[in-house]
Design a protein around this ligand. Structure first.
Ligand SMILES: Cc1cc2nc3c(=O)[nH]c(=O)nc-3n(C[C@H](O)[C@H](O)[C@H](O)COP(=O)(O)OP(=O)(O)OC[C@H]3O[C@@H](n4cnc5c(N)ncnc54)[C@H](O)[C@@H]3O)c2cc1C
Length: 462
């Protein structure tokens, strides 16, 4: 099974080689389900702490098949749950600790890539969130006010007015933007494929085209095991790192909601285009609408641009055909041409994929030492950096179960998200949230007010 033909996958040179599948039973120390960032970083971190560990990674397609090989390439300090809700749940100190770890982790990712000789086009140019109407401006001003209350300075988040933007990065209609330095752009498929090679060199065995059909937790007398199409794997610990695909595993239908995000990419843009648009430091960009959009200037001067808007599929279904949603591709192209009316050439690539949204919007690392089972993920659209943070928490927790580390003491680690509602409530909720978000964004663009829609959306998302 190959991933959808994204810009990222088609620009891998050389094309990735396929690895062997599993065709026998195995006995290992750690078995990982899923060859994306979560599974691979966890294997790397474990092997860096103990090179003698026997680790097997089972991947149903190829490493990078999932969101890790298809994403927008923002390596950011963003966290899916908003600051206020996080502080209400865990306290202000916990929020400050999270913010500081995530920020450091952006630059740290770049350093690790250099140390591991991974060429993934990593450039930390920060991110711009544009305000293209009054409501978006008010939202961003509030974001800055909240950041100041948390002690964040201009160095962490600042307002750039329209004239300043002309020297940084400009999209048509921008009244201003927030700028944060805590984001890098990268080529996700280069990163995930190189990382899989690094992990193999460190000693892990990777089995591709090997679907796990069941995860059986251990007990006081039995080790946990994985049943796969190619054999049974027994281990001291099993790491479930299947993110948006988790609902396909038995009993996991309500664990996370698979939400589809779609992307498009342009032809390489000319020097003239970029001299007008800016983004010379490869700042990533989006705006303050509800229906999230995200973009980056790639190493070969294209724009890779994505956004939400594709439907949630009843029963948390995940199918390869859902990786394309043409109405969303068309809407993305329209938005991109609105932002950059001088955009050159055609759209060359269109693709998408599922990400995992937990019911309480909070990612987690759940470690059951007795059952030897670790569940990680739920990053929504922010897993590029978070997956590595979680991997470090897992590796620290398995290496020294009784000690706290910077990563194991993060408040979201060890918390368990509640399950989603039964259908049809999940489907109705997702559909309503999406149509409310669209309605508010459309009203914002007309400078119309929609307090009721905002209130209902807030309720649905809480
Ligand atoms: C279009 C898109 C854009 C995004 N943009 C960004 C962004 O710009 N920045 C950001 O931070 N985040 C972004 N995200 C989210 C980010 O990509 C993910 O959070 C992150 O890659 C998750 O990594 P993972 O390893 O946990 O999951 P995945 O990369 O999805 O890996 C899970 C792996 O498990 C395998 N698997 C699943 N079930 C089984 C099974 N039963 N047996 C064996 N293997 C199995 C899958 O094949 C897959 O390879 C985006 C996501 C999408 C879809």
């Amino acid at each position: 099974m190959q991933p959808p033909s994204s810009l990222w996958w088609s620009s891998l040179d050389p094309a990735p080689r396929a690895r062997n599948s599993l065709h026998r039973d195995l006995d290992v120390d750690v078995a990982v389900v899923g060859g994306g960032f979560s599974g691979l970083w966890t294997a790397r971190e474990l092997l860096r702490r103990d090179a003698s560990l026997r680790i097997a990674i089972l991947e149903m397609a190829v490493c990078g098949y999932g969101a890790s090989g298809r994403n927008g390439g923002w390596a950011s300090s963003l966290f899916p749950l908003d600051d206020e809700s996080f502080a209400q749940r865990h306290g202000r100190d916990a929020l400050l600790q999270l913010r500081s770890t995530l920020r450091r982790s952006v630059a740290d990712l770049g350093e690790t890539m250099r140390d591991d000789n991974i060429d993934g086009d990593f450039v930390q140019g920060g991110w711009l969130s544009f305000a293209r109407n009054l409501a978006q401006e008010q939202r961003l001003v509030k974001r800055i006010e909240r950041a100041r209350l948390l002690g964040e300075s201009e160095d962490d988040l600042r307002w750039l007015d329209e004239s300043e933007l002309r020297h940084v990065g400009y999209v048509v209609g921008a009244r201003g933007a927030t700028y944060s330095p805590h984001c890098a752009r990268l080529h996700p498929a280069k990163l995930v494929r190189s990382l899989s090679d690094v992990v193999e060199r460190l000693g892990a065995s990777i089995y591709e085209d090997t679907q796990v059909t069941k995860i059986v937790p251990g007990s006081a007398t039995r080790r946990p095991r994985l049943l796969s199409v190619g054999g049974t794997v027994r281990a001291d610990y099993v790491i479930r790192a299947t993110e948006g695909f988790t609902p396909s595993l038995p009993g996991e239908r309500r664990s996370v909601a698979p939400i589809y995000s779609m992307m498009i990419a342009t032809e390489p843009q000319s020097k003239r285009f970029w001299s007008e648009a800016g983004f010379s430091r490869y700042e990533t960009f989006g705006d303050a609408r509800h229906n999230i959009i995200y973009g980056q200037r790639t190493a070969d001067d294209r724009i890779a641009f994505g956004g939400r808007g594709a439907p949630y599929h009843f029963g948390s279904s995940i199918e390869p055909r859902f990786d394309e949603h043409h109405p969303t591709f068309r809407a993305l192209e329209t938005t991109l041409r609105e932002l950059f009316p001088t955009l050159e050439g055609a759209i060359t690539h269109r693709w998408g994929g599922p990400l995992a949204m937990p019911r309480d919007h909070e990612p987690s690392v759940v470690i059951d030492h007795r059952g030897g089972l670790v569940k990680v993920g739920g990053y929504t659209g922010d897993g590029v950096v978070l997956s590595r943070v979680c991997a470090r928490a897992i590796a620290d927790a398995l290496a020294a179960p009784n000690d706290d580390s910077e990563f194991t003491s993060l408040a979201f680690v060890h918390h368990e998200s509640p399950k989603w509602e039964y259908e049809p409530l999940r489907w109705l909720g997702a559909k309503s949230a999406q149509s409310l978000a669209n309605r508010i964004d459309r009203a914002d663009a007309r400078n119309a007010s929609t307090p009721r829609a905002e209130k209902w959306l807030g309720r649905l998302l809480s």
